[in-house]
Design a binder for this molecule. Structure first.
Ligand SMILES: N[C@@H](CCC(=O)N[C@@H](CS)C(=O)NCC(=O)O)C(=O)O
Length: 224
């Protein structure tokens, strides 16, 4: 008999393994909402190290969330999941213009390749262990994110309300979770009006509202 915790679901059931505060999971929740895909969430408690459990490593050998179970398959890496949803015609987050596509991807990578990986749970735990100072985690995040977000602010100088104009793109799905994370660590966003404009525009959209970490925390059963 298959192990329900480790075997992929039947086609038709969409399950997102996530953590309410995970910004990579937040990207996927927004995407699923935008695509109008009904899904169930299963919480992986990152503070309890559930991501390192044998059950979760069987889902994702990298020991990370999100993991999306869809079409009878199990997908990891939030951007690869967005690619899959686009390739299967469920979502359109890239305009046809190649130049605009390249600019959008540059903004996406500024977050997903430069900012997010070095502020991850495991990195911050290591920084605290190396310094013996819990407050070093916030100092690290602010030192990384402040100049990186300032650069992103300059990259997004074009007209809004969204990151690249009047249509939501992949960039918005990365920006909103990253700003949530930045606020959590008390990064000063006062000199970044364009990023705050994007955040406010997206924050009024039902797909973003339904994906918010507060909702995900409530769905997972309260504070953690
Ligand atoms: N590049 C991956 C990053 C995934 C990732 O780093 N997830 C974080 C939460 S946002 C995580 O699971 N961290 C657990 C850990 O660091 O132990 C993606 O986009 O899916």
């Amino acid at each position: 008999m298959p192990d329900r915790r480790t075997s992929p679901p039947s086609a038709g059931t969409v399950v997102l393994w996530d953590y309410w505060r995970s910004s990579a999971s937040y990207r996927v929740r927004i995407a699923l909402n935008l695509a109008g895909i009904a899904y169930r969430t299963r919480a992986v408690d990152l503070l309890a190290q559930d991501q390192r459990s044998p059950e979760h490593l069987a889902r994702n050998p990298q020991g990370l969330v999100p993991v999306l179970e869809i079409d009878g398959a199990r997908l990891t890496q939030s951007l690869a999941i967005l690619d899959y949803l686009e390739a299967t015609g469920r979502l359109a987050l890239r305009p046809a213009d190649p130049l605009l596509q390249a600019r959008i991807e540059a903004a996406v990578l500024a977050i997903a390749a430069e900012m997010h990986p070095v502020c991850n749970v495991r990195i911050l735990a290591r920084i605290e262990a190396l310094t013996g100072r819990p407050e070093a985690r916030g100092e690290w995040v602010r030192a990384i994110l402040t100049p990186e977000l300032q650069a992103l602010e300059t990259m997004l100088a074009g007209p809004g309300p969204y990151a690249f104009g009047r249509e939501i793109t992949r960039a918005d799905l990365c920006i909103v979770p990253q700003l949530y994370n930045a606020r959590r660590w008390e990064v000063d966003l006062s000199g970044m009006p364009r990023l705050r404009e994007i955040d406010a525009a997206c924050g009024a959209h039902p797909a973003f509202i339904a994906a918010h970490p507060d909702r995900a925390r409530a769905a997972a059963g309260g504070p953690a």
